[in-house]
Design a protein around this ligand. Structure first.
Ligand code: GRF
Length: 252
């Protein structure tokens, strides 16, 4: 049995769109973003003016393009190369410790939001079970397919090879089984005549950049909660961004 927590009141967050400035403000929920590459999703999150405190961006690759975007936004960055560690487990342990340092999680906090969130944005590593267990219910990923179809890599080419007519992206919670955690939101795009993996990837990516900020805003505002069993719950929160429609089929 799980206990529902009181929903945080969106207007208490230190959000530029907050209406009542006389009330005491809660600190913004802290997040750490993990990347390995160009970081276009990270850039979309940074551009979305989310009511989140980006405590750090960590990359396992020193040449990840997303590090520059983070620096330009004044966010602390760190490179922790998996090559410097003897095993996946040891790397994951070091990574978890660094993340927790940035999140400044309160271990006795009853609200998972106060423990902070790990956002995966193109982090190309498979985690050990200990890592996923440690961040259970507070680690989110975006995957370039309509899960549970096409887990893993090369999703766009595999979608083309299978001849699917609808493809897309999924935001989901991260669990021990790769790309199998509870689905939070999805966006579909059509597969068009003449598509190759690049054109299809670009069409999906445009939707990723709309979907991911929306889900994280919902989490920050309490419209999306994750309970102790790692199950997502949605409830209505009046918010101009959350009520915008997501184009589910963008033909371009
Ligand atoms: C995206 O397609 C995302 O869905 C997947 O990795 C890619 C990262 O791209 N997890 P970017 O680094 O955000 O541009």
């Amino acid at each position: 049995m799980h206990r529902r927590r009181a929903r945080p009141q969106p207007w208490l967050f230190d959000d530029p769109s907050a209406m009542n400035t006389d009330l005491p403000k809660q600190p913004l929920p802290r997040v750490v973003v993990l990347i390995s590459g160009r970081g276009s999703n990270l850039s979309a999150l940074l551009a979305a003016n989310l009511p989140l405190h980006f405590a750090a961006v960590i990359s396992n690759k020193a040449d990840a393009g997303g590090l520059l975007a983070a620096k330009q936004s004044g966010i602390p960055t760190e490179v922790i190369s998996h090559l410097d560690f003897e095993s996946r487990e040891i790397f994951d342990q070091a990574l978890a410790e660094r993340i927790e340092g940035y999140l400044q999680a309160k271990p006795d906090s009853g609200d998972i939001r106060e423990k902070g969130l790990v956002i995966l944005a193109g982090f190309m590593r498979i985690f050990s079970p200990a890592f996923t267990q440690h961040f259970a219910g507070r680690m989110i990923n975006i995957h370039p397919s309509l899960l549970p179809s096409f887990t893993g890599l090369h999703t766009h080419q595999r979608a083309l090879d299978e001849g699917v007519r609808i493809h897309g992206c999924t935001v989901h919670l991260v669990t021990a089984q790769l790309d199998h955690g509870p689905i939070l939101a999805q966006c579909a795009v059509p597969v068009l005549e003449g598509d190759d993996a690049q054109t299809l990837a670009a069409r999906v990516l445009r939707q990723e950049h709309l979907l991911y900020p929306r889900v994280l805003r919902a989490w920050a505002l309490g419209a999306l909660s994750i309970d102790e069993d790692g199950k997502p719950h949605w409830e209505y929160v009046q918010d101009p961004m959350l009520s915008l429609p997501i184009p589910s089929l963008e033909i371009s």
